[in-house]
Ligand binder design. Structure first.
Ligand SMILES: Nc1ncnc2c1ncn2[C@@H]1O[C@H](COP(=O)(O)OP(=O)(O)OP(=O)(O)O)[C@@H](O)[C@H]1O
Length: 329
């Protein structure tokens, strides 16, 4: 009997604010009909997916792969920054799909890395990536996602960790003062508390307080704009500290994984810094590990500029799920 058709396939990337969907219509084909929907307008993923499919029309997919900004632990998902709570299998049945796979969004991002074209990556220091070496990925956005790819005889295995909640570490006295200031409000100052969109605002406010300045009251985009304009020195100092702290934690990730295959920076924030990023203390701090400076000096870091890398990774996650032999039930 011929195998049931698995194209078109639905791909998704569900964040705290937006849900992005796309279709791949044939094997090796591109992402098509990418749309961004506001999650808050829908009761749950089935409703959002139906709205998307109605809008783009054409043949209906029967399988889907979705990255979601949430830990995945079994069939039930309750989104942390959202009202959506659902059973993956119930969504699959509602949609009439044969397969529906959900993975953590940073697991999806990790799965995308070997597929990203070189011209969508900006290298920040280091030498050649070791082919087949361990890979790290870290990305400040609404939160701080951390993942990686570990080589195995059957290919790369993605990690599903919560590294954004590791403790943030100071290198300079002013960083220590900022962390102490933030610690007045939180019992544990995780990396995400400072290295994320909301974290940039927290860092900027705390740096002003440490320097005895009035509360600046700026949002994350305004802080970046102030730094890029060259006219707001507090904003520039905040971006520099943000990137230094990111360098510290990215260097820790590289050491922990032995990421000779490189460290990739995803998320929506760092690409918005543009050329400023290469002039921040990020790379110096990434390598500032005492006796392991030479080791880290070889590790390349790449800023991801791809438009929809998590959708590429969701496609890989679905590919892998469909390649598994069916369970004997
Ligand atoms: N120019 C900017 N500079 C710094 N931070 C910014 C800028 N523009 C937006 N942000 C911050 O980026 C964060 C959103 O990050 P990102 O674009 O990666 O979205 P996300 O985490 O994928 O979430 P979603 O998928 O739900 O949109 C927000 O906290 C926002 O304040």
């Amino acid at each position: 009997m011929p195998a049931a058709p698995t194209y078109p396939r639905l791909l998704g990337d569900i964040g705290g604010t937006n849900a992005r969907f796309a279709l791949i219509r044939s094997q090796g084909g591109p992402l098509e009909d990418v749309r961004t929907l506001s999650g808050a307008l829908y009761e749950g993923p089935a409703e959002a997916i139906e709205a998307y499919l109605k809008e783009v029309g054409g043949d209906r997919p029967v399988s889907g792969g979705i990255g979601i900004a949430n830990p995945i632990d079994g069939d039930r998902i309750r989104m942390t920054n959202h009202t959506w709570a659902f059973s993956i299998d119930a969504v699959r049945k509602t949609l009439g799909f044969t397969h529906l796979v959900f993975v953590n969004d940073f697991t999806a991002l990790a799965l995308s890395l070997p597929h990203l074209p070189a011209d969508e990556l900006d290298q920040i220091g280091g030498t050649q990536a070791e082919k087949g070496g361990c890979i790290g990925v870290i990305g400040p956005g609404t939160g701080l996602g951390v993942s990686g790819l570990v080589p195995s005889p059957t290919g790369y295995i993605p990690l599903s960790g919560e590294g954004g909640h590791a403790t943030v570490a100071a290198t300079t006295a002013e960083e220590a003062a900022v962390i102490a200031e933030v610690g007045k409000h939180y019992p544990h100052v995780s990396a995400e508390r400072l290295i994320s969109g909301p974290g940039l605002v927290t860092l900027h406010e705390a740096l002003a307080a440490v320097r005895g300045l009035p509360s600046p009251g700026l949002g994350a985009p305004a802080i970046t704009d102030g730094a890029l304009s060259g006219k707001d020195s507090l904003a520039l100092d905040s971006i520099n500290m943000f990137c230094a702290l990111l360098g510290t934690i990215a260097g820790n990730l590289a050491l922990t994984l032995g990421a000779k295959g490189g460290v990739f920076i995803g998320g929506g924030i760092v690409p918005r810094f543009g050329e400023l990023f290469a002039r921040t203390p990020f790379r110096e701090r990434f390598e500032a590990k005492g006796r392991f400076r030479d080791y880290l000096a070889t590790v390349p870091v790449y800023v991801i500029h791809s438009a929809y890398p998590a959708l590429v990774g969701a496609a890989e996650a679905l590919d892998r799920a469909l390649a598994q032999p069916p369970l004997n039930r």
